[in-house]
Design a protein around this ligand. Structure first.
Ligand code: ITT
Length: 201
C-alpha cells in the first residue's frame, strides 16, 4: 500500500522533477490541487528554511498528510546574498525586467567577483514528528548579458563554469540532474526511505 505524500507546490515543473527523483519509492504523490487545498500558507520567513517550514507544517496541518515543501532562490555574493528568499519579487518586477534589474545591480562588479549560487531547501513534515530539512546548491557566475531560452527565472544569467554555458543553454534533463532542487530532492529521498523503513507513517 503506497503512502500518500503531499508535494506542496502549484508548479507542475517542480512536481515532475520530484516525481522523477522519487521513482520506485512507495509514496503516492499528491498535489494541493488534487486535494483541493487553497493557497493559504504565506511565505513570510526571512530564510529558505523558515519558508520551507511554514509551508511543510502549514500544509500538513491542512491536509493531515506527510508533506514536502521547498523554497529556493538565488544568492549573489557581491549583493550580500540578495535576492535570496525575495528572488521571485526582486526589484518589484518579474520576467525579463528582473534580469535587467539584476544586471543593473551588478554593472560595476568585475567577472571574478560575480560568484552566485542557487539554493533549495526542502522541509519534510509528518504528524507527531519534528520537521526535517535537506538542502541542495548549484554554484555559478552572474553573466553580463542573458543567454539561452531554456529553464526559467534567472537561468539565462546563471553561467556554469564547468559547462561553459548558462543554465538556460543546457538541455532540461541535464538541468534537472545538476540543479539545486535535484540535489535537495536526492537528500529528501533518503529521508523518505528512512520514514518508510521506520514504519512510522
Ligand atoms: P512555488 O509555488 O513552489 O513556491 P516558485 O516558482 O515561487 O514556486 P520558489 O519559491 O522555489 O518557486 O523560487 C523562487 C524564485 O527563485 C523563482 O521565482 C525564481 O526567480 C528563482 N529560482 C528558483 N529556482 C530557480 C531555477 O532553477 N532557475 C532559475 N530561477 C530559479
Amino acid at each position: 500500500m503506497p503512502f500518500d505524500l503531499l508535494i506542496a507546490t502549484r508548479n507542475p515543473g517542480k512536481l515532475r522533477e520530484f516525481a522523477a527523483i522519487f521513482t520506485g519509492l512507495p509514496y503516492r504523490l499528491r498535489t494541493l490541487d488534487d486535494l483541493g487545498i487553497p493557497d493559504e500558507v504565506e511565505e513570510t520567513g526571512t530564510t529558505f528554511e523558515e519558508n520551507a517550514r511554514l509551508k511543510a507544517e502549514g500544509y500538513l496541518a491542512l491536509s493531515g498528510l506527510p508533506t514536502l515543501a521547498d523554497d529556493s532562490g538565488l544568492e549573489v555574493a557581491a549583493l550580500n546574498g540578495a535576492p535570496g528568499v525575495y528572488s521571485a519579487r526582486y526589484g518589484g518586477v518579474s520576467g525579463a525586467a528582473q534580469l535587467e534589474y539584476l544586471l543593473a545591480q551588478m554593472r560595476d562588479v568585475p567577472w571574478h567577483a560575480r560568484l552566485a549560487r542557487f539554493v533549495c531547501v526542502i522541509g519534510l513534515a509528518r504528524p507527531g514528528h519534528s520537521t526535517e530539512f535537506v538542502q541542495g546548491t548549484l554554484s555559478g557566475v552572474i553573466e553580463t548579458a542573458p543567454r539561452g531560452s531554456g529553464g526559467f527565472g534567472y537561468d539565462p544569467l546563471f553561467f556554469l563554469l564547468d559547462e561553459n554555458k548558462t543554465l538556460a543553454e543546457v538541455p532540461p534533463d541535464h538541468k534537472n540532474r545538476i540543479s539545486h532542487r535535484a540535489a535537495a530532492a536526492r537528500e529528501a529521498r533518503v529521508v523518505l526511505e528512512r520514514w518508510q523503513a521506520e514504519g512510522l507513517l
